[in-house]
Design a protein around this ligand. Structure first.
Ligand SMILES: *Cc1c(COP(=O)(O)O)cnc(C)c1O
Length: 235
């Protein structure tokens, strides 16, 4: 942790977002920054709130709800991990956006639990853009049909698409994948399907968000570049 400065990291990330956004004619404000706070404690989240970070991403339901209980500040939580149907009930009413809707049964459960408390749950459809066997997500050619199916659920509101790009040291290699999802995003937007919005395209993490933004991402999920390397033993 030597030399670690949260404020400086956030400033640098914002500057990089600004530069990439400008490359395709947008501003810093056009790209929503989600600080991925998995493994990071509530005290650190408080410090990030002071730097005007309002959105936090978590990939474990219990970890998210635990931190939400500790914090007195109101936080906009993003659930970005693989979601088991039996955990949905803990998220409903506590989460701003679920990024990882990847299957019909999960939508059925989100619908059921949302209806019970008379709320509408915001989701993104997760797309497995590189068709990796180990990754969750709807395949590219199925996204449009899947979105139509989910649009029929009254208590679910699709807000856009999300992807986790393949792991690589060279972010440039990911450009075609980001471009492909941007195109799908635009195609669906142009269909003007009832009860859905294509407001957000969530793609890009610490190592690749600059490329993702250049290719049209307007929501990035950044952990390491803000909070430093994660220590999973502390979780
Ligand atoms: C951990 C995680 C991130 C952030 O990764 P970094 O490389 O630390 O920026 C983004 N998205 C998802 C889905 C994650 O699980």
């Amino acid at each position: 942790m030597e030399g670690f400065s949260l404020a400086k990291n956030i400033q640098e990330v914002r500057q990089r977002i600004r530069i990439s956004a400008m490359k395709n004619g947008r501003n810093l404000e056009d790209v929503k920054l989600i600080a991925v706070s998995k493994t990071v404690d509530a005290e650190m989240i408080k410090l990030a709130l002071k730097e005007n970070i309002l959105d936090f991403g978590e990939n474990k339901v219990q970890e998210m709800t635990k931190k939400a209980d500790i914090l007195t500040e109101s936080v906009n939580w993003h659930f970005i991990g693989r979601l088991q149907t039996n955990k949905v009930k803990y998220l409903i009413g506590n989460v701003g956006l679920i990024h990882s809707l990847d299957r019909y049964e999960l939508a059925q459960e989100i619908q059921r639990k949302s209806e019970q408390v008379d709320s509408v749950t915001n989701v993104l459809v997760q797309v497995n853009v590189a068709e990796e066997k180990t990754k969750a997500g709807v395949l590219c050619e199925q996204v449009s049909e899947f979105v139509r199916e989910i649009s029929l659920f009254k208590n679910i509101k699709i807000n856009g698409l999300m992807t986790i790009a393949p792991y690589t040291d060279n972010a440039e290699e990911l450009r075609p994948y980001f471009r492909k999802l941007y195109k799908i995003h635009i195609d669906i937007k142009q269909k003007s399907i009832d009860n859905i919005s294509m407001k957000y395209l969530s793609m890009g993490m610490s190592n690749d968000f600059h490329v993702a933004i250049e290719e049209g991402a307007n929501m990035v999920r950044v952990g390491t570049a803000i909070f430093g390397e994660r220590d999973y033993s502390q979780r």
